[in-house]
Design a protein around this ligand. Structure first.
Ligand SMILES: *[C@@H]1O[C@H](CO)[C@@H](O)[C@H](O)[C@H]1NC(C)=O
Length: 199
């Protein structure tokens, strides 16, 4: 069951090395895609404090996980806030999570939410059907419904750094700052865990 599940729960991340073109496959280790952070920063809430997923479904097939439905924002921040987004890739080595050089930070997530070079665009925001409608609200106006086109979760992006095979996690964080650049009490943290395999 476990093995069967993990071969079905697969997303493709193609990592292109500028000199070598090494491709990797990322296999999710749970069908829920997102999980709670293990090391939570102070004030961290999980993915369910960012979105209400009650209108969303994840369905598995041999090809991987297909996402469909809507996500409605529930994070209690202000429309004038700035959201900083980050994605850090960690490697599981002999029982502990080790940092890698693969860390992405965006000072103004909302300004780059639909930038096609961004990690989240390939994974997620390119599939928001009502992007024009929700563009200004971003993740800052609770109750904003992101209508998603059904899609198979996979993405391709390039890194200029080599990657080890084996268990990794992508730790995603969102932090909000008010107009005086003071951080809001609560931030969002969640993880996507799986394994990288060289193709
Ligand atoms: C998603 O939202 C759209 C627009 O409001 C609605 O028509 C649709 O039924 C919703 N999907 C689900 C699965 O609830």
């Amino acid at each position: 069951m476990g093995r069967q599940l993990s071969s079905q729960v697969m997303i493709l991340l193609v990592i292109v090395n500028s000199s070598l073109q090494v491709k990797y496959e990322f296999v999710l280790d749970n069908e829920h895609v997102l999980s709670e952070c293990q090391d939570t920063p102070p004030g961290a809430l999980s993915y369910d404090s960012l979105f209400d997923f009650s209108e969303m479904a994840l369905t598995m097939s041999d090809a991987g996980v297909t996402l469909s439905g809507n996500a409605t924002t529930v994070w209690d921040i202000k429309p004038t806030d700035r959201i900083q987004g980050s994605a850090n890739i960690l490697y599981f080595d002999r029982g502990t999570w080790q940092p890698t050089v693969l860390n992405i930070i965006t000072k103004n997530f909302c300004a780059t939410m639909y930038d096609e070079r961004q990690f989240w665009y390939k994974f997620w925001t390119r599939h928001i059907i009502n992007a024009d409608e929700v563009k200004d609200n971003c993740l800052k106006v609770a109750g904003t419904k992101l209508v998603m086109e059904p899609y198979l979760i996979k993405c391709e992006f390039g890194f200029d750094a080599p990657l080890r095979q084996g268990r990794h996690k992508i730790v995603v964080g969102f932090r909000a700052f008010d107009e005086h650049n003071v951080e809001r009490k609560y931030n969002i943290c969640f993880e996507i865990t799986g394994e990288f395999y060289k193709l």
